[in-house]
Design a protein around this ligand. Structure first.
Ligand code: ATP
Ligand code: MG
Ligand code: MG
Length: 346
């Protein structure tokens, strides 16, 4: 087939659509957002929301394969996609949408997570803090991203007066990490798995700010175990496409922070810095094409996110001949909003 449907309309969808276009595919974007930066480079499918059954049926009929660029898509309406049309499938969404299920799933596969306790009701907060210990972080079980829906707990008083989100919370112990890295893999329909190099990720205000290769030595020591863990997760989910697992490198080994069932910001450097980018290999995997080489093309690669107002001094960015600038075409530069990124290779 030659038409790819993408659920979600952000910059990840936009970059998938660009890679798909290069391989000769058409993309349809399905999103309730009015201003979709993905729809600016592809065709926007008319819909009234995630629960618009008629629109989703039309989308399923119009697309040969359907993927998602965002893990908070409601799962129930996706039953319209059958027979492997949706890649990755709903199993990956169900696990990755819910921080409690995700941690339990990873543990069942032998992985290490932060210590955690689910909280369904305010009355359970105290016991969760006791069980896991302080300091820690309260996180909404669902719908969080870019550090939204998280509250640091340094003393029991910090957990008082919290308005309980409908889906509940997870309380996580604070992990004392040396650094953060992610394992980004692509899994083909025939089960073949390939990995990109793992960059060192640094965050500012809960948002990824930089991904740098090479990562510190501790990442090289732990990436083998982390890759094996991520591959077990992908296999257990029957995963097809690019999958990301965020890790903390700790003195006691790799700790899995969270899964992203999609291409990932910490893999944007692969556009210029790998033989085949995460976006192209995602398209190849879901379309049943052979996977491309994931090898890095240089030893030193730096990706800097452009976040919020004041990040878009285009003339300054372009003055560096090594800087490859990516702008997402967002109309408004709000604080904490990812506006673009810059990659420098070599
Ligand atoms: P994303 O945009 O990556 O989906 P998110 O909102 O899901 O972000 P997390 O990945 O849970 O947020 O947390 C964001 C960052 O906060 C982490 O990358 C890490 O730097 C820090 N953090 C989160 N949980 C912990 C923890 N248990 N211990 C230490 N640091 C943590
Ligand atoms: Mg997340
Ligand atoms: Mg994260």
């Amino acid at each position: 087939g030659s038409t790819i449907g993408i659920l979600g309309g952000g910059q990840l969808g936009r970059m998938i659509a660009v890679a798909a276009a290069q391989l000769g595919y058409h993309c349809h974007i399905y999103t309730p957002e009015k201003d979709s930066v993905a729809a600016e480079v592809a065709a926007k499918f008319t819909c009234a929301g995630w629960h618009d059954k008629a629109a989703l049926a039309g989308f399923a009929a119009a697309c040969d394969v359907v993927t998602y660029e965002f893990e908070n898509v409601p799962v129930a309406p996706l039953a319209v996609f059958v027979g492997g049309q949706l890649a990755p499938g709903v199993a990956a969404l169900e696990v990755a949408q819910d921080r409690f299920r995700e941690k339990r799933f990873v543990e069942q596969l032998g992985g290490t997570t932060a210590p955690y306790a689910p909280i369904d009701h305010e009355s359970e907060i105290e016991a969760a803090l006791l069980k896991v210990g302080i300091p820690g972080i309260l996180k909404t079980r669902r719908d969080g991203y870019d550090g939204k829906g998280q509250w640091k707990v340094a003393s029991p008083a910090d957990a008082l007066g919290l308005r309980m989100p409908e889906s509940g919370l997870v309380y996580e112990g604070l992990v004392h990490f040396v650094c953060e890295f992610s394992v980004i893999l692509v899994r083909a329909r025939n089960g073949e798995v390939r990995f990109w190099d793992s960059a060192h990720n640094t965050h500012e205000n809960g948002i990824l700010a930089h991904s740098v290769l090479p990562a510190p030595a501790i990442v090289a020591e732990q990436v083998g175990e982390a890759r094996a863990m991520a591959a077990r997760v992908a296999e257990a989910l029957g995963y097809v496409g690019v999958m990301t697992a965020e890790f903390f490198a700790t003195r006691g080994g790799p700790v899995l922070n969270e899964l992203a069932p999609r291409v990932h910001n910490s893999g944007h450097w692969t556009i210029e810095g790998a033989v085949t980018s995460q976006f192209e290999n995602h398209v190849r995997a879901i379309c049943g094409l052979p996977l491309g080489d994931t090898a890095s093309t240089a030893d030193r690669i730096v990706m800097d996110n452009l976040i919020g107002e004041g990040s878009l001094d285009i003339a300054r960015h372009l003055a560096d001949p090594k800087a490859r600038l990516h702008l997402y075409g967002k109309a408004e530069a709000r604080a904490g909003r990812k506006m673009g990124h810059i990659t420098r290779v070599g």
